[in-house]
Design a protein around this ligand. Structure first.
Ligand SMILES: Nc1nc2c(ncn2[C@@H]2O[C@H](COP(=O)(O)OP(=O)(O)OP(=O)(O)O)[C@@H](O)[C@H]2O)c(=O)[nH]1
Ligand SMILES: [Mg+2]
Length: 305
């Protein structure tokens, strides 16, 4: 790490409407798959700390759920997660899309949140790869600059790996000079249980459509790692996939159980790589009608505030 006095370190929240690529930006910057990403909106449900460390800086990114008007208790929890994350960061990285040409309802909510917050904002204009003319991202910038005065603007493409270091530099310049908070090789501040439930949920999101992704939660019933149980060769994970309706259970299990098998083997492969253990993973599917509306169920599933 660089000279102690020059080192910058602090917290930056990634804020934006669902699906703009907040979690993808983190994965691209860290050059590692840490956060759950899917083409479905509302993939991220909890504020998750992901840590980017170089020789001269450490940015603790707080990935937040995409902002939308909540329709049930789970949505309310997600909005609160994002709002609370904002209160404890040094910088807000507001993520929009390069193709934006009008401010939608969800960005309207975000702009209101930013107006009452005294934090510097970096405007990250993602998905520039979708533009025919690269400089057209400036149209999106002009749109949002009617409402906010960003300290910096960073055009980028998380998927094509463009503009990422510039984004990190813009955020870093706004962080306090202080030593690193986390060890330099740490990428994420969350438990292995949380990671397991996120990886399983992400695989389900990638294989399902319409209401199913929103109706799914994953509860880890057992997590027995060789670290905590010496003598065990495998890490044993038993998890229950919760859905809202019997039809959704059928979709996730699939014909002769093929879908659940596929989800299980994709999750196992990713978790083995990320946790560094060989894994025994067992999945059940259970119907709990209306779990997203029940504060008690939400607490049980780890969506507690
Ligand atoms: N073309 C293009 N697609 C992108 C880019 N970045 C992300 N995406 C895609 O956008 C979709 C959403 O990405 P996420 O990273 O899950 O978005 P998010 O903002 O975290 O979404 P929520 O967690 O639901 O709020 C995925 O299909 C990504 O592959 C990009 O630079 N270019
Ligand atoms: Mg996300």
């Amino acid at each position: 790490m660089g000279a102690e006095s020059d080192f910058r370190c602090g917290f930056a929240a990634l804020l934006g409407r669902p699906n703009v690529g907040k979690s993808s930006i983190i994965n691209a910057l860290l050059k590692e798959k840490v956060a759950a990403v899917s083409p479905k909106p509302q993939t991220t449900r909890n504020a998750v700390r992901c840590i980017y460390t170089t020789a001269s800086e450490q940015i603790v990114f707080v990935d937040t759920p995409g902002i939308h008007a909540p329709k049930h208790a789970l949505g309310g929890f997600m909005l609160k997660e994002a709002e609370e994350a904002l209160l404890s960061v040094d910088v807000v990285c507001y993520v929009v899309e390069a193709q934006d040409r009008a401010v939608g309802e969800k960005d309207g909510i975000i702009l209101k949140m930013l107006a009452s917050l005294s934090r510097p904002v970096v405007l990250a204009v993602n998905k520039i790869d979708k533009l025919a003319r690269a400089e057209d991202y400036k149209k999106a910038v002009a749109l949002y600059e009617k409402f906010i005065k960003p300290a910096a603007v960073a055009p980028l493409s998380a998927n094509k790996g463009r503009g990422l270091e510039e984004l990190a530099a813009a955020i870093s310049a706004l962080l306090p000079r202080q030593p690193a908070i986390y060890p330099e090789d740490m990428l994420m501040d969350s438990t292995e249980r949380f990671l397991a439930s996120e990886v399983i949920r992400e695989k389900i999101l990638r294989h399902t459509d319409e209401e199913v992704p929103h109706s799914v939660a994953v509860l880890i019933d057992e997590f027995k790692s060789p670290d905590e149980h010496p003598g065990e060769k495998l890490c044993t994970i038993r998890a229950t996939v919760i859905v809202e309706r019997p039809g959704q259970k059928g979709i996730i299990i699939g014909k002769n159980g093929t879908m659940l098998k596929q989800i299980g083997s994709e999750a196992r492969r990713e978790l083995e790589e990320r946790l560094g253990y060989k894994l025994f993973l067992q999945l059940w599917v259970k119907v709990k009608p209306g779990w997203r509306k029940s504060p008690e169920e939400l607490r049980r599933l780890g969506y507690r505030s």
